[in-house]
Design a protein around this ligand. Sequence first.
Ligand SMILES: [Zn+2]
Length: 139
Amino acid sequence: MRLGEVRFALVHHGACPYTGANTRFHYRIRSSGETETRASESERVGRAHCIEIVLEGDFSEQRPGDAQLEGLRAVLLALKQRCPRIAIGGHRQVRGEQTTCPGRRFPLRELLAWSRSGLLAERDAALEADVERQYRPPH
Ligand SMILES: [Zn+2]
């Protein structure tokens, strides 16, 4: 899967019914916010055109902590920089898959709102900083 073919970043929780021993993900976000890279983005590990991200924990009854959400946002922001057209979604939004994943208490609506506004602003700020680092206008 070339980066240009990536369309979605799909968020799961640890209690995802599809999280079996053979299920693979690209990224795993621990409760501490620490991120493990489990597969290269060029590799298809689940659905076509998807970067699969799993958050450690079960969010059926409790909300993920701030550190973990921050870790997730950092991964999504980096992805957005590499794949500007990427859309972010929760597993349960995938048509035909009967699941509550990433859990009823996962703040999906909040994350989607952020991805539509804050993420773009953060991406632009990051790009601007990048450009400024590489380009110094003559005096
Ligand atoms: Zn899932």
